[in-house]
Design a binder for this molecule. Structure first.
Ligand code: SF4
Length: 297
């Protein structure tokens, strides 16, 4: 098949037709930069922290944020923050890729770890804490460390590699579990968190990282198969294959409901927000979830 814009061989078929490598790269970068512009991700005095793991999404978003700053002649501080959860035979490899990427692209990198902060790797914690899935522990601790160290480094924005597939999965999960309050925390921009890949699919991001020759380990986290989310992902991928545009449709409908959800959640949050008695981080109970898990250990 030929590219819809030129005579070259197509690398992927998008909704508007097949495109070659060069036109795909232009399309992808354009989409990411438009998202950053539309939602005004970067303001003059912002200090930018990219939550990085060394996977394809985080390397792509790190690379494009740096490119966006350069192309727009912006001088904002940019650094990468990685969390080493302590997942054997997995995280050490992605961190090697991340270190190499940051070295090559001259991006400052800070790595923090579960072991140093909570005195336990994720592998150790999942053995000791019964009844909790590794992803639940991991999600709570990772969020905690990203918030804490982004703030410690004076970051005003945290940029993530969250893509359209991730968001469509979370939208469905919240719907299936009736988590209206959590649904209100989604969207291309949530508090200081921003997601430039919000409108890019997993497949597009993967192709971009391959075409740009990023050194990426595409292996999945060994704990991923345990998750509820993986089942949702498989259902969505199946639907997408049969009915292309399904994921985009979920996001479009969700974005029309989001202002209403946010308004409702704000009213509720004003009544509930407190500080954790142990660490002082925001919590909706007397002790935050990160300290509760650490306490169980
Ligand atoms: Fe953490 Fe689960 Fe993601 Fe693995 S799959 S990195 S355990 S949240």
């Amino acid at each position: 098949m030929k590219c819809h814009h030129c005579e070259k061989k197509a690398a992927i078929t998008l909704q508007h037709g097949p495109v070659c490598e060069r036109h795909f790269i232009n399309y992808f970068e354009d989409k990411v930069f438009k998202t950053m512009k539309k939602y005004q991700f970067i303001k003059a005095n912002d200090s930018l922290c990219v939550a990085a793991s060394g996977g394809k999404d985080s390397l792509t978003v790190l690379y494009l944020t740096k490119k966006y700053l350069k192309e727009n002649n912006l001088k904002n501080k940019l650094f990468a923050l990685a969390v080493d959860e302590g997942i054997k035979d997995y995280r050490e490899h992605t961190l090697i890729d991340l270190k190499e990427f940051c070295r090559k692209n001259e991006i400052e990198l800070k790595i923090v770890s579960f072991k140093e902060e909570f005195n336990s790797t994720l592998d150790e914690a999942k053995e000791k804490i019964g009844g909790k899935k590794p992803c639940n522990i991991c999600g709570v601790w990772r969020r905690y460390l990203l918030n804490k160290y982004a703030r410690q480094e004076n970051a005003t924005k945290v940029i993530t590699g969250h893509n359209l597939d991730d968001e469509a999965q979370v939208v469905l999960m919240n719907m299936f579990k009736a988590n209206t309050g959590l649904a209100a925390q989604l969207g291309p921009i949530t508090g200081i968190k921003e997601h430039p890949l919000y409108f890019c699919t997993e497949k597009e991001t993967k192709l971009y990282s391959i075409l740009k020759k990023f050194q990426v380990n595409f292996a999945e986290c060994p704990n991923a198969q345990d998750g509820y989310r993986i089942q949702i992902r498989d259902v969505l991928n199946d639907f997408e294959q049969k009915y292309p545009g399904t994921k985009q449709g979920i996001i479009n409908s969700f974005l029309t409901m989001l202002p209403l959800l946010k308004k409702q959640a704000e009213e509720l949050q004003n009544k509930q927000i407190r500080q954790c008695l142990k660490c002082g981080e925001p919590a909706n109970q007397t002790v935050c979830n990160a300290c509760k898990i650490a306490g169980e250990l």
